[in-house]
Design a protein around this ligand. Structure first.
Ligand code: PXL
Length: 272
């Protein structure tokens, strides 16, 4: 039976991030999807000016109560960008009451990059992400998010000691599996997974251009791979290749700077 995934994150109507990438990817990999939108934005907040935001916090308990009355449950709860701290209470309510036995609670603390919080997000969001990360089966922070979650200073140049400290401190937060993205070494970039026993790093040649939304795409592929039974090594290998191929498929199109053109890569990925 196909697994049912609820993703809780914003709808950025334009810009290829959040649900506009999570839903097609998770569907293509064979899973049923449902959404609880945290907010509706005209675009994502990185690179567009004067975007609109509608916070959907007040709608959340109504939706949750309706689902409870219908006995709707999920096999996976996957959270991403959250713009209002009140929503962390609702997320934990959903995790405690709407997740099937043996289900997975997966947190992508999508709140920061390149040493900075996303526009408009403050320390209350960091604290909320810490709260839900403690309960998670998997967390998927990038280096900036990892430093904010663990109280380590953000370092642009990563030493092995810094990466070790971040991954150990993230694990100490309480998540059962940590997948740290944006791990760099010389001119390579990739991800590292740790569960207290296995410690797997996958690094690939770094592309010159970076794009928004790749973290959301990476998380969606990783989640699909987890549900399809891939181990850390195979999972990170396939997910990093997916991002690299998507970037390579985008760089020659100068009109497309807000996200990556991952659709053709997804088509091939399904056939592999
Ligand atoms: O891709 C992460 C993300 C999600 N949602 C919104 C964002 C961003 C990154 O900037 O602005 C609204």
């Amino acid at each position: 039976m196909s697994k049912k995934i609820l993703t809780i994150q914003d709808i950025s109507c334009y810009g290829q991030c959040s649900v506009t990438v999570a839903l097609p990817i998770l569907s293509a990999l064979g899973f049923e999807t449902a959404i609880l939108p945290s907010a509706i934005l005209s675009t994502h907040t990185a690179g567009f000016k004067n975007f609109t935001v509608l916070d959907l916090t007040n709608e959340m308990p109504k939706i949750i109560n309706h689902w409870k009355s219908e006995n709707i449950k999920f096999d996976v709860i996957y959270t991403g960008y959250i713009g209002n701290k009140i929503q962390f209470d609702y997320i934990l309510d959903i995790k405690n009451n709407l997740l099937n036995e043996g289900g997975l609670f997966i947190v992508d603390p999508a709140m920061a990059d390149n040493g900075n919080m996303y526009y408009g997000l403050g320390n209350d969001i960091v604290l909320g992400m810490i709260r839900i990360s403690k309960e998670a089966d998997y967390i998927l922070p990038n280096i900036t998010e990892a430093s904010f979650l663990t109280g380590n200073k953000y370092q642009e140049i990563q030493t092995k000691e810094y990466q070790d400290k971040l991954i150990k401190d993230l694990y100490k937060l309480g998540a059962k599996n940590v997948i740290l993205t944006g791990v760099t070494e010389n001119n390579k970039i990739g991800a590292r997974a740790y569960n207290g026993i296995d410690d797997v790093t996958v690094l690939k040649e770094k592309e010159k251009t970076s794009y928004h939304g790749t973290g959301d795409i990476f998380s969606s592929i990783v989640i699909g791979n987890i549900l399809n039974g891939l181990d850390f090594k195979a999972n990170l290998d396939k997910a990093t290749d997916f991002i690299i191929d998507s970037i390579r498929n985008t760089v020659n199109d100068k009109s497309h700077s807000y996200g990556v053109k991952y659709e053709e890569i997804l088509k091939d990925y399904r056939l592999n």
